[in-house]
Design a protein around this ligand. Structure first.
Ligand code: ADP
Ligand code: MG
Ligand code: ZN
Length: 621
């Protein structure tokens, strides 16, 4: 509870006691004196009673003038209970005070019930309003169904693209969105359709939220933001109402940006966890979001941005054309990117003149933008603690050590030996690809860890869309996949666990070649397995084996032969290019990412595979 609320609570308590006291006094003056029947008889005898109302068991009356003495002082109304007349006479004879039992009159009863209830209700309402003011912790209490989004609408966002560094590809993609937002009307004059939704995909802390804000800032439009997890409400239908409300508000302010952070919390594939709580609610909310996405007119100038670090769990319906139909990768920065990000963040601290951000960048492989922002702050703290007036390189080193320890626990950083292995592995893929004519060229290799499981990556983009692949091409593809692991073996003489993903892909290809495409001659032109068809595709089926044990063994042998041939091919290529492999790995270690020009310069020197891939990678029967 904050200070403000506590302060106000004291007032509430004082006010409440005041009201209670007043009520008590008023009730006393109004109250009816409950008197013994004997007193009534006395009063009657003294002629003090003005009038009486007699009902079944009580007598209510009014005195000519109020009681003068205690305990009924100041009251003029009284009530007493009738006593059987003969008993009354007898009792009177002995001078006994006697009375009947009387219920309080209705007015008193009602007041004593109604007043506390009204008071309590008023207080609850008041408290709820106070605590639940805009953005307060209880905001949901009184305003269920009203979007919280209005709280997060931000006009005049100050973030610009220059504040985001190291994600040039993502920025380039978003430039287009900005120019659309600046002038939605004329953007469509040639009939071009703006993508409705752009999904920013990348690990946490790489600047997705920052980029989304920068889009709004650059285009100078309002920025509506809401987090997917906020839609997950306890009442069914509330999330859907929120989505509707959010889009309604946004339509009024178009052109504008709607940003849905943590889209995966909301857009998890429907039916992924049947029977789990909150499932219906999420589904409704997601359906409403899809309906809004379909419903809005792109020319109105609303752009929907989403962010997620788990694109694989998203409902495919969200990614369909006309919805989040463009995905932008916001990846961990490479060394140059890190230097640029550091340059942005060190502006806020006093730096020693001899400190070079490039040197700090070299020491921080795997750091995200958020890690780097944190690093600058930590370094400044270290410098403050030692009483310095400038942040030096030593402070950065100390801060890096501290942060790295934390990050390594999260398994995001590789130690130097691991980095060496990964560098050779990735370079191995690239060289085997380059050495085989007809292989898809490699565009980029990197040893920046990405996602779970992948320690580095090689991007091999096909030059054209392929629907048909020959047996030779599949063989070459397997050789490329095996190139990583083979390079590790050639250089270090041992194998590592880093190749498991490559290996399972190879196994898939080889199995399909044999059982589905009948590419192993000795097994004849027979498809032994069929592709799961049509609507059954997603459902795991009990495999039906339509061949004998004998054939199964032959299939295994054929698969193994294909893979071994590919492995031999990769091995030969890497032995031929050993010098290049080592040199490339060294460059990769230094730069972390090798793209286009640098990579092509290296790979141009590859000794081509001496054998035709057809002969080398696929052993003929
Ligand atoms: P995400 O949304 O991807 O998890 P954020 O955008 O919230 O990451 O980033 C958190 C903070 O880290 C930002 O506010 C910014 O200070 C810093 N940061 C992250 N990425 C970058 C970047 N590419 N350039 C500059 N600063 C960055
Ligand atoms: Mg974020
Ligand atoms: Zn690999």
């Amino acid at each position: 509870m904050n200070k403000n609320t506590r302060f106000n609570l004291v007032y509430v308590l004082i006010a409440m006691s005041g009201v209670l006291l007043a009520h008590e006094l008023w009730a006393r003056s109004q109250a009816v004196a409950v008197i013994p029947y004997s007193l009534f008889q006395q009063l009657l005898a003294q002629g003090k009673v003005q009038e009486v109302v007699i009902d079944a068991d009580s007598i209510q009356g009014v005195l000519k003038e109020p009681f003068k003495d205690t305990p009924y002082q100041g009251r003029s109304r009284f009530v007493t209970t009738q006593v059987r007349p003969e008993l009354a006479t007898t009792l009177e004879k002995y001078g006994v005070t006697f009375t009947g039992r009387v219920e309080s009159p209705w007015l008193h009863t009602i007041l004593s019930w109604v007043i506390p209830v009204v008071l309590f209700g008023a207080m609850w309402f008041w408290l709820a309003r106070r605590v639940g003011g805009p953005g307060g912790p209880g905001a949901g209490l009184m305003s269920i169904g009203k979007s919280k989004a209005k709280v997060y609408v931000e006009t005049g966002v100050a973030v610009r693209f220059v504040d985001v560094a190291g994600v040039d590809e993502a920025k380039a993609e978003l430039e287009e969105v900005v120019s659309f937002l600046k002038d939605p009307k004329s953007y469509g004059r040639l009939g071009a359709r703006m993508p409705k939704g752009v999904l920013l995909v990348g690990p946490p802390g790489t600047g997705k939220t920052l980029l989304a804000r920068a889009v709004a800032g650059e285009a100078a439009v309002p920025f509506f933001s809401i987090s997917g997890s906020e839609f997950v409400e306890m009442f069914v239908g509330v999330g859907a109402a929120r989505v509707r409300d959010l889009f309604q508000q946004a339509r009024l302010k178009a052109p504008c940006v709607i940003f849905i952070d943590e889209l995966d919390a909301l857009g998890r594939a429907r039916g992924a966890y049947p029977g789990m709580g909150g499932h219906d609610e999420k589904e409704q909310t997601l359906n409403q979001l899809l309906a809004e996405l379909d419903g809005f007119d792109p020319t109105t100038g609303i752009v929907l941005l989403g962010a997620t670090n788990r694109p694989e769990v998203l409902d495919p319906a969200l990614l369909r054309a006309g919805r989040f139909d463009r995905q932008v990768l916001v990846d961990r920065p490479d060394r140059i990117g890190r230097a640029q990000i550091l340059a942005i963040h060190v502006k806020k601290v006093v730096l020693a003149p001899d400190l070079k951000v490039e040197e700090v960048a070299a020491l921080t492989p795997g750091f995200t933008g958020a890690d780097l922002a944190n690093l600058v702050n930590e370094a400044a703290l270290v410098a403050t603690r030692r009483g310095a007036d400038q942040v030096s390189a030593g402070d950065f080193t100390a801060a890096i050590e501290r942060i790295v320890a934390g990050l390594e626990k999260k398994n995001r950083l590789l130690n130097p030996m691991e980095r060496r292995v990964v560098a050779h592995h990735e370079m191995g893929h690239a060289i085997v690809a380059a050495a085989q004519p007809g292989c898809d060229p490699v565009h980029k290799i990197s040893i920046i860890p990405r996602g779970i499981g992948a320690l580095g990556y090689t991007i091999q983009r096909p030059t054209e869309d392929r629907y048909l692949m020959t047996r030779e091409e599949l063989g070459a593809k397997m050789a490329v996949l095996l190139g990583g692991r083979t390079a590790e073996e050639v250089i270090f003489g041992h194998l590592s666990t880093g190749a498991s993903d490559d290996l399972s892909k190879v196994a898939d290809i080889a199995r399909s070649m044999v059982t589905r495409y009948a590419m192993a001659r000795e097994l004849g032109p027979l498809a032994y397995e069929t592709e799961p068809n049509g609507f059954l595709a997603g459902i795991p089926q009990v495999p039906r084996r339509l061949y004998s044990e004998q054939t199964a063994r032959e299939i295994d042998v054929a698969i193994r032969e294909l893979v071994e041939a590919a492995q031999e091919q990769a091995h030969r290529i890497l032995e031929d290019n050993r010098g290049l492999l080592e040199e490339g790995a060294k460059q990769l270690l230094a730069k972390e990412t090798l793209a286009d020009a640098e990579l092509q310069a290296l790979l141009r020197r590859v000794v081509m595979s001496t054998l035709e891939p057809s002969a080398a990678s696929v052993k003929e029967a």
